[in-house]
Design a protein around this ligand. Structure first.
Ligand code: M6R
Length: 612
């Protein structure tokens, strides 16, 4: 999604903005631009060269005039194609107001019609440009920049984080948000803003969160925050325990390989210090009392993408260990079907970024319907973390690659901890059973190291299948969410046709697609349905498909059935997905690299999806 960076009071502002945009590239974007404000005029450069646009800006910014205030933006197109004229910053008619925006102005068509009727001319096909003209109109009526932004926002519907500059008040940045993130930073003599933490890492430790329906005025060395209706507020400080090194490649070719390699640590850190001295599990940040955990009648989990796959696995864990009914739903569907929730329900939103708008809005819906809300996220003080009643943090460190890897594994184990905590309080598992499972969880990082040490074998399989175009990932029981994740990773990274199916469902239709040349990747690690799964594999083999199995070390039956085997150590059946997913990540990674694709920034995708 769009990324925003801004600074005032910095003599190196052009360099700071370009560097900030480079750090925001991972969010996914198709064009970029920056504006510097000086007395009497704005200076703007923009590029629409896909994921090399920020590099192009760096060259263009070499001609930047002296300035201390400016804004930068990476755009992920919604309204209007990726093109220079649609890249932000967008200007008003006079070229004296510049706006960058993340989100969608839903009533832009009506506003545009009114503005055109009043004599404004539009230079882009975006929804955002109306904001620049609304601000222009309010400034023309005598209001200052901040009050004009406030008035303009009173006229729009939708979601936004915006930042605005004006040649009339060249040291001032005005920012505001509703439903999409924006953070503020303060140093002696300067003030900063960004859509995302990595853009400001190492710049200042004085970071603040701008909340929904708030407006910030940033001047060199000062920040003033008010609500959109004008009340002064103190923005909450943002606690960030990531350092800049964690958000850099650190010698790896790309972020994806670094983040895959960091998975043992991500899992170990997420499990760290969760037991009290008496051996009982305690999820303190979740802020759920034993009485509340005991009274939960149903768990509703909402999530998107890979986080949804973690949620599907959590359903197995919650129902098996805690014997509580659990529903899992794609967040973007949840709120529009009038879900029935009772006050004893627990709604859990799983989101790496803590900012996916679909998940945030689904959780709001759940709360309005009376449920208690728990967020599971990797980003401290993200919107979901702040809005939820309690939070369970994954401790994977910053994930920069668009494709989720280490955060997914951390989510799976965090949700296992939730399931075991429910089991502990509800006494559906004995203390010794829970303790044994916790011990098994603690063994996962070492087993992950073992799986990662076999990357070469995965590469050999990727080499053998490099010309294939159709991939079916199948699994049963906990193998099914693993199959979905394997297919998603391959789609995202390699742009190849890949589908994830429950293996038992194949015969009800999709098996018609199989022919010689199709590749079926089966999750064949031991689970209660392994025998039935073997029959499913025989069915696809007899249709001429090439079969790859993810199987446990020493499984001779798997070796006989498959053309290729990706071996993993055996783990308890509910924990096995943490290991089984890794060869599929490596497979998608290696195939994408073989096809010469950018693994960190796949086309059309955004790391943090802040539109509905
Ligand atoms: O930040 P979130 O976990 O809420 O993001 C959800 C999805 O957008 C995300 O998992 C997406 O599917 C990834 N690109 C998967 O690799």
């Amino acid at each position: 999604m769009c990324g925003i960076i801004g600074a005032t009071g910095r003599s190196d502002v052009a360099e700071l903005l370009v560097e900030g945009l480079e750090r925001l590239e991972y969010r996914g974007y198709d064009s970029a631009g920056l504006v510097l404000s000086g007395p009497g005029s704005l200076w703007r450069v923009r590029a629409a060269e896909g994921t090399t646009s920020v590099g192009a800006l760096r060259t263009l910014a070499a001609d930047a005039p002296d300035a201390t205030t400016g804004l930068g933006h990476t755009r992920w197109a919604t309204h209007g194609q990726p093109a220079v004229e649609n890249a932000h910053p967008l200007f008003d008619c006079t070229g004296r107001v510049g706006v960058v925006h993340n989100g969608i102005i839903e009533n832009h068509a009506e506003l545009q019609a009114d503005l055109l009727a009043a004599g404004h001319t539009m230079a882009s096909a975006t929804d955002t440009e109306v904001l620049a003209h609304l601000i222009e109109a309010h400034m023309a009526s005598g209001l200052g920049l901040a009050e004009s932004v406030r008035a303009a926002l009173g006229e729009v519907r939708g979601s936004f984080s915006i930042a605005v500059v004006s040649a009339d008040e060249p040291d001032l940045l005005v920012a505001a948000r509703r439903n999409t993130p924006l953070i503020l930073g303060l140093t002696d003599g300067a003030a900063l803003l960004a859509s995302d933490i990595p853009a400001l890492l190492g710049r200042t430790e004085r970071l603040f969160v701008l909340s929904d329906d708030q407006l910030a005025e940033l001047r060199p060395g000062s920040i003033r925050v008010t609500t959109l209706d004008g009340r002064a507020v103190d923005p909450p400080a943002l606690s960030v325990d990531w350092d800049l090194a964690a958000a850099q490649k650190g010698g790896y070719d790309d972020f994806m390989s670094k983040e895959i390699r960091e998975q043992p640590r991500a899992v170990a850190d997420t499990l760290l210090d969760r037991r009290r001295p008496d051996g009982r599990l305690a999820l303190d940040e979740a802020r759920l009392t034993d009485a509340e955990l005991r009274s939960i009648t149903r768990v509703h989990i909402v999530a998107c993408g890979s986080s949804y796959h973690a949620a599907l696995l959590a359903r197995f864990a919650i129902e098996h260990w805690a014997r509580v009914a659990a529903d899992v739903e794609i967040a973007s569907e949840f709120r529009y079907r009038e879900p029935v929730l009772d006050p004893e329900a627990l709604a859990v939103g799983v989101s790496q970024s803590g900012e996916s708008l679909d998940t945030l809005l689904a959780l709001r819906e759940a709360r309005e319907r009376g449920a208690r809300v728990l967020g599971v996220t990797n980003v401290v003080d993200s919107s979901i973390a702040r809005e939820a009643d309690g939070v369970l943090y994954t401790r994977a460190g910053p994930e920069i690659c668009v494709a989720a890897t280490k955060t997914l594994l951390a989510q799976i184990v965090a949700l296992d901890l939730l399931a075991l905590t429910l089991a502990q309080v509800r006494e559906t598992r004995s203390p010794s059973e829970i303790s044994a499972t916790l011990d098994a969880l603690q063994r996962l990082p070492a087993a992950l190291e073992e799986v990662l040490s076999r990357a070469k074998e995965v590469d050999d399989v990727a080499a053998a299948l490099a010309a294939s175009r159709d991939f079916f990932f199948i699994g049963r029981n906990v193998g099914y969410p693993v199959a979905l994740e394997g297919a998603l990773k391959l789609k995202e990274l390699s742009y190849l046709h890949a589908e994830g199916y429950p293996a038992g469902e194949l015969k009800h239709g999709p098996i018609a697609l199989l022919e010689p040349g199709s590749v079926v990747i089966g999750i064949a690690t031991r689970n209660p349905l392994w025998e039935k799964f073997r029959a499913n594999i025989a069915e696809v083999k007899s249709r001429g498909a090439t079969v790859v199995l993810v199987a446990n070390d020493g499984d001779e039956a798997a070796e006989e059935l498959a053309d290729h085997v990706l071996w993993v150590p055996e783990a308890e059946h509910l924990l096995s997905p943490v290991l089984d997913i890794v060869p599929l990540q490596l497979f998608a990674y290696r195939l994408a690299r073989r096809h010469g694709l950018d693994v960190d920034r796949p086309r059309n995708l955004a790391k943090t999806v802040t539109v509905e």
